[in-house]
Each structure stands twice: as structure tokens, then as C-alpha cells.
Design a binder for this molecule. Structure first.
Ligand SMILES: CC(C)(COP(=O)(O)OP(=O)(O)OC[C@H]1O[C@@H](n2cnc3c(N)ncnc32)[C@H](O)[C@@H]1OP(=O)(O)O)[C@@H](O)C(=O)NCCC(=O)NCCS
Length: 215
């Protein structure tokens, strides 16, 4: 990771989680060169069920964006530094619905098909036909808790269903309560927890089925 991206990551964490959690993450990241442990929860939404209409909050417009939507791509890469330089390629192979406040991207959901990457587990997987993977959903801080993620998800469900997809998978860290609750609210069912450990250069992943329990 370049220094510039590392600085932006710290800034985003300060913005998202505050100083205490950011310091904890920085220390964990330094210690993580030696030992790293995290638990990642995987969930699935059945797209064959009735889909609620994606009502955006007032003043916000939802639309599917393409790889040549330069300004939106720049906004998304600014919001999530780990996607820096990678959004165009993802949009050319996947799907993205963005929420616009005028010209500005207030939130987005990027979906991948076929081959997916899960950076937090350091792994890639091939999906089966009819399956899609939610790579990232982000709402800019000042737009949170007003139903925007819910609206983005509902719009994505409709778009995927129209394209013939049957299931949307996604995942997040077990510590990301906002994300888990938001997924739960729109009908994702929790499937499994993957415990990822890295000791120096050796990686371990253990899988545990979870029964659906809201966080
Ligand atoms: C997770 C995230 C996308 C939610 O966006 P949002 O627009 O605030 O979500 P919504 O307003 O649609 O809220 C939906 C539900 O999520 C839950 N929720 C949202 N933010 C929450 C928070 N900070 N704490 C607890 N629950 C929260 C609530 O259950 C809420 O439903 P309710 O308002 O009826 O109680 C947003 O917090 C975010 O961008 N976080 C940083 C990026 C991230 O972690 N993405 C997920 C991993 S890919």
C-alpha cells in the first residue's frame, strides 16, 4: 500500500469510527505484520422473493453507473481508498448503483459477478451462474442513517433480479455492527463466519455455520 493510500485510509477511519477505533486499527495493523486475526461474516439474500421498491431519501437520485462515468468513479475512489484505480475495471465487469445528491455521489453499491475477491480474507472465489457478490456498499457520513443504504440495496436487488440473478452474497467484519444491521434489515440471511488468522506469512481460515441471529 502506498503512503498516500495509507494516509487516506487513516483519514477515512477517523471520519468513520473516531480517534479511539482508528488508533486501535493502526496498532492492530502494525501488530498484524506478526499476528492478525479477524472474523468475517458471510450472508445471502434470495432475490426470487418479492422486492420492495427502492425509495431514495428526498433529493437523492439512484442510478446505475457505467465505467465511463468519470466523475462518479472519482467520487467512489475517494470514498473508499481500497478501490483506488480499480473501479473502472469493476464496473466494466460488474454492476454499480450510485446515489446522487446533484452531481455528487452520496453512496454506492458495487456488485461483482463470476470471479470475486475478498481482501479481508485475502482470497478469490468463482461464483456459480445466478450468483452475485456485493463487493462494497458505502454511504458518505453526512448521508447515513437516513435509509440510503436500504434504498441502494433495494435498487440493486431489482436490477439483479431483472438480469436473472437468484442470490446476492456479501460479507463484512463481525465488528461492523452498522453493516450487519443494515444487511439484516433488507433481508440478508447470515450463513457463516470465517475466522482468518495470519501468523507471519502463514494464513489460516476456519469456517463456522451460523444460524440467523440479528446482531
Ligand atoms: C453500513 C452503511 C452502508 C449503512 O448505511 P446507512 O445509509 O446509514 O444505512 P440505513 O440508513 O439504510 O440504515 C439501515 C439499517 O442499518 C442499521 N444501522 C445503520 N447505521 C447504523 C449504526 N451506526 N449503528 C447501528 N445500526 C445501524 C439500522 O438497523 C438501520 O435501520 P433502522 O434505521 O430502521 O434502524 C454505512 O454505515 C457505511 O457506509 N459504513 C461504512 C462502509 C461500510 O462499512 N460498508 C459495509 C461493508 S461493505
Amino acid at each position: 500500500m502506498s503512503i498516500a493510500i495509507a494516509i487516506r485510509k487513516v483519514q477515512r477511519n477517523l471520519n468513520d469510527y473516531g480517534i479511539g477505533e482508528t488508533l486501535r486499527k493502526v496498532v492492530a495493523s502494525l501488530a498484524g505484520k506478526v499476528y492478525l486475526e479477524r472474523t468475517y461474516r458471510i450472508y445471502r439474500r434470495d432475490l426470487r422473493t418479492e422486492q420492495p421498491a427502492g425509495e431514495a431519501p428526498p433529493g437523492i437520485e439512484l442510478r446505475v453507473i457505467a465505467a465511463d462515468d468519470e466523475q462518479a468513479v472519482r467520487d467512489i475512489e475517494t470514498m473508499e481508498e481500497w478501490l483506488q484505480g480499480a473501479v473502472k475495471d469493476r464496473l466494466s465487469k460488474g454492476l454499480c448503483v450510485a446515489a446522487f445528491d446533484g452531481e455528487r455521489v452520496a453512496g454506492f453499491n458495487v456488485i461483482a459477478f463470476e470471479e470475486i475477491t475478498i481482501p479481508l480474507l485475502n482470497m478469490t472465489r468463482r461464483l456459480r451462474p445466478g450468483q452475485a457478490w456485493s463487493e462494497q456498499i458505502t454511504v458518505a457520513k453526512e448521508y447515513r442513517k437516513s435509509g440510503l443504504a436500504t434504498a441502494l440495496r433495494h435498487r440493486i436487488f431489482t436490477e439483479l433480479k431483472q438480469r436473472g440473478y437468484r442470490s446476492l452474497y456479501g460479507g463484512t467484519l463481525l465488528t461492523n455492527i452498522a453493516s450487519l444491521k443494515s444487511a439484516n434489515k433488507v433481508g440478508f440471511r447470515f450463513l457463516a463466519d470465517v475466522r482468518y488468522r495470519k501468523v507471519l506469512h502463514q494464513e489460516y481460515r476456519t469456517y463456522r455455520r451460523v444460524s440467523h441471529v440479528a446482531p
